[in-house]
Write a protein of this length. Structure first.
Length: 212
């Protein structure tokens, strides 16, 4: 009898609103940042996230001075420690730190693009599902998308091509809009906790496993 079954990680799509481009534009206007493309990265204080932050701060943010980079999560502590005393850290990087769910949703609503420039690590990056469910187009390295069957719904790229894909997203509105809709659909279909629990329950019933 098989004793090991693999089920995916997930997200509660009922708690993650899908934001349209019009809603994002309204949010950015309210915040006074309409003139900037906004790029989101969420991370905890964890070595692979620190590597990703180094890439954002040292390379991408300096190359894309027309963009605002939102850094969300406990990785902010590292950001402060490493960069606050330096006069030349990019002014277009905004570190929010740890936020509650409502604050996180407000930041997502103001984000034009989400990135996941991971170059190491293991396990599933749940931030990817959050990004996709929110209607934010995603650029990720292959490592950042590991464990998720989402290749056709996000942009998979090497780090050196992130900037080029940012430009493509900015100037290809129709294609980007369709990708965002597709991404939300795949999360609802395959990575919603309710669907995952139903799938798991079906396995138990098929194998006649009593978990009570």
């Amino acid at each position: 009898m098989e004793k090991i079954f693999i089920v995916p990680n997930g997200v509660d799509t009922h708690k993650v609103p899908f934001f349209t481009k019009e809603e994002k534009e309204k949010q950015k206007k309210r915040l006074g940042i309409s003139d900037h493309t906004t790029i989101l990265f969420v991370g905890s204080w964890h070595p692979p996230n620190l590597e990703a932050l180094e890439f954002i701060v040292e390379k991408l943010a300096k190359k894309r001075k027309d963009c605002l980079f939102f850094i969300v999560g406990s990785i902010n502590d590292y950001f402060k420690q490493q960069y606050n005393q330096r006069k030349n850290y990019p002014k277009n990087v905004l570190a929010f730190g740890v936020v509650n769910e409502l604050e996180k949703i407000e930041i997502y609503k103001a984000s034009d693009i989400a990135i996941n420039p991971m170059i190491s690590g293991s396990g599933t990056n749940l931030k990817m599902l959050d990004y996709m469910a929110s209607g934010i187009p995603v650029i990720s390295t292959p490592i950042g998308a590991r464990g998720l069957e989402i290749e056709n719904n996000v942009i998979i790229s090497d780090l050196e091509d992130f900037n080029d894909y940012i430009i493509k997203i900015i100037y290809n509105e129709i294609h980007t809009k369709q990708i965002c809709k597709n991404a939300r659909h795949i999360v609802e279909r395959s990575y919603d906790w309710e669907k995952i629990s139903q799938y798991t329950n079906n396995i138990f019933e098929k194998k006649n496993i009593n978990i009570r």
